[in-house]
Design a protein around this ligand. Structure first.
Ligand code: NAD
Ligand code: UPG
Length: 441
């Protein structure tokens, strides 16, 4: 089948390569010409495991094409997938201008029988508006169909998530169009949920808001663990083993970030507000998350005192491992607060090589963990990149002024704590371990 994807970002590109892999002919469209040129050469503009291999494979197989022209991309396509960004406005509501603009452009080239799938995350009622915009811009009044098809892939595991999706949501008003969409995705072997468009739109927000709330809940339990002498890892395991609760998205830490949870929770609060519903539970999810992002800072102040002039090393900057995405990353909130307190901030991340110090806090990016840790008063483990678990920690800590480790993801290997003669280890929701000359106190 022929598919056009409008918006070749994290979602559009991941979806595009996966649809090519299952045998479709895909044209990815983006108005960013630099991005398109890079993609045409087989280079991925984003860091996403497994993506570049599929990209190169299907450029060669001629199943994957890239263009900055909507007209060229849509020509002969049966399915038009819209996956442009829907970021937050300052007040937390959803900015729909990118999607509306894309809809106008799609409208100008829409043809009879085309199926337009809205994959961008959009508030309830948006798909109906987008349909109207496309119709208003259609020159030939072509009859087309609209489908709400929210996406659930995660950054860092986008390809794997697409091939083993828990479900595919198809919000439809025309049953034949829904059946054609089922056929498009059939090789993924995922269960379908066929529903009306508004329910499909809401499913996406409810899923993200629930997961974010689950994280805030376990973070509060972690904070309680610290006060009552319990261990969050064991508590989360014991609670999560109840099949009704589940152990996924139950890792305590420094709170959730990324381009989705923060904006989608805010958007759902606003949707409820517009219907005169005070979704106070979600407001608390957000408030807990904001406090949690400051927890390493508080611990560091308790241990190191005034942070003015102290050197703090941040390990990991992206909002989670295996991505280069910095959108709403906890590292930004942390470095801004450290800067306010006059700390000197160094950082290392395996893939982030650019950092906007003016808006994200003044951070000196280093090329290695060794350089970042040199002479530091403390290290914050911010993102649980795998490589941090395999470092020669005993030797590294000796290069620090004070071997104080503030572990925001509980990812520092326990055996390494044991191997260190001198360490002050402060995890989340667990007892700190202080060792000097090989003795714990
Ligand atoms: N990032 C994720 O993990 C994820 C997962 C599920 C759903 N979503 C949702 O999917 C949507 C896209 O997210 P993303 O992270 O891929 O966004 P993104 O910002 O990475 O990509 C959007 C792309 O659309 C392009 N674009 C914008 N307007 C265009 C137009 N008129 N014509 C052509 N190209 C245009 C931009 O240049 C950009 O490359 C959002 O609604 C988001 O909430 C994201
Ligand atoms: O137990 C956990 C799990 C995650 N996180 C944090 O939560 C954030 C989001 O992580 P994750 O959900 O893995 O990444 P995203 O790529 O943001 O994916 C979420 O947002 C996407 C965009 O809507 C959805 O498609 C996905 O289903 C949804 O998981 C990150 O900061 C994680 O560190 C935790 O703190 N504890």
């Amino acid at each position: 089948m022929n598919v056009a994807i409008v918006g070749t970002g994290y979602v559009g590109l991941s979806t595009g390569v996966c649809l090519a892999e299952i045998g479709h002919h895909v044209t990815c469209i983006d108005h960013d010409e630099k991005k398109i040129k890079l993609l045409q050469k087989g280079t991925s503009p984003i860091f996403e495991p497994g993506l570049e291999e599929l990209l190169q494979k299907h450029i060669l197989s001629k199943q994957l094409h890239f263009t900055s022209s909507i007209q060229e991309g849509m020509k002969g396509s049966e399915f038009i997938i819209l996956s442009v960004g829907t970021p937050s406005k300052k007040d937390g509501r959803v900015q729909l201008s990118e999607l509306e603009k894309a809809a106008e452009q799609v409208g100008a080239h829409i043809e009879k029988g085309m199926i337009v799938l809205i994959k961008s995350t959009v508030p309830v009622g948006t798909c109906e508006r987008i349909k109207q915009i496309i119709r208003n811009h259609s020159k030939n009044e072509a009859e087309f169909h609209i489908i709400s098809n929210p996406e659930f892939l995660r950054e860092g595991s986008a390809i794997q998530d697409t091939f083993s999706a828990d479900r595919i949501i198809i919000g439809y008003e025309n049953r034949d169009a829904a059946e054609r969409v089922k056929e498009l995705y059939r090789p993924f072997h995922a269960p379908y949920v066929l529903t009306n468009i508004r329910s499909a739109e809401l499913i996406k927000y409810a899923a993200n808001a629930f997961l974010a709330t689950k994280i805030s809940f376990i973070n509060m339990i972690a904070n309680l663990c610290e006060q009552v002498g319990a261990d969050i890892s064991e508590v989360a395991t014991g609670v999560g083993m109840d099949a009704r609760i589940g152990s996924d998205f139950f890792r305590a830490g420094i709170g959730y970030g990324g381009s989705c949870f923060p904006k989608d929770v805010q958007a759902l609060i606003h949707t409820a507000e517009d219907e005169n519903i005070d979704f106070s539970l979600l407001k608390e999810t957000v408030a807990i998350n904001e406090r949690q992002q400051q927890i390493l800072l508080k611990k560091a102040e308790n241990v190191l005192g005034d942070l003015q002039g102290k050197k703090i090393a941040l390990l990991g900057l992206s909002f989670k491992p295996n991505t280069d995405d910095l959108r709403q990353a906890p590292s930004i909130a942390i470095s801004r607060s450290l800067q306010e307190r006059g700390a000197i901030i160094t950082a290392y991340d395996p893939v982030i090589k650019k950092w906007d110090s003016a808006s994200n806090g003044n951070v000196q990016l280093k090329n290695s963990v060794t350089d970042a840790l040199q002479n530091a008063d403390g290290v914050f483990l911010v993102t649980e990149w795998d490589e941090f678990r395999r470092l020669p920690w005993p030797a590294l800590l000796e290069t620090m002024k004070r071997p104080a480790v503030f572990d925001g993801r509980n990812c520092f290997p326990t055996e390494q704590v044991e191997a260190c003669k001198k360490i002050e280890y402060y995890p989340i929701g667990r007892k700190p371990i202080i060792k000097s000359n090989g003795e714990s106190s």
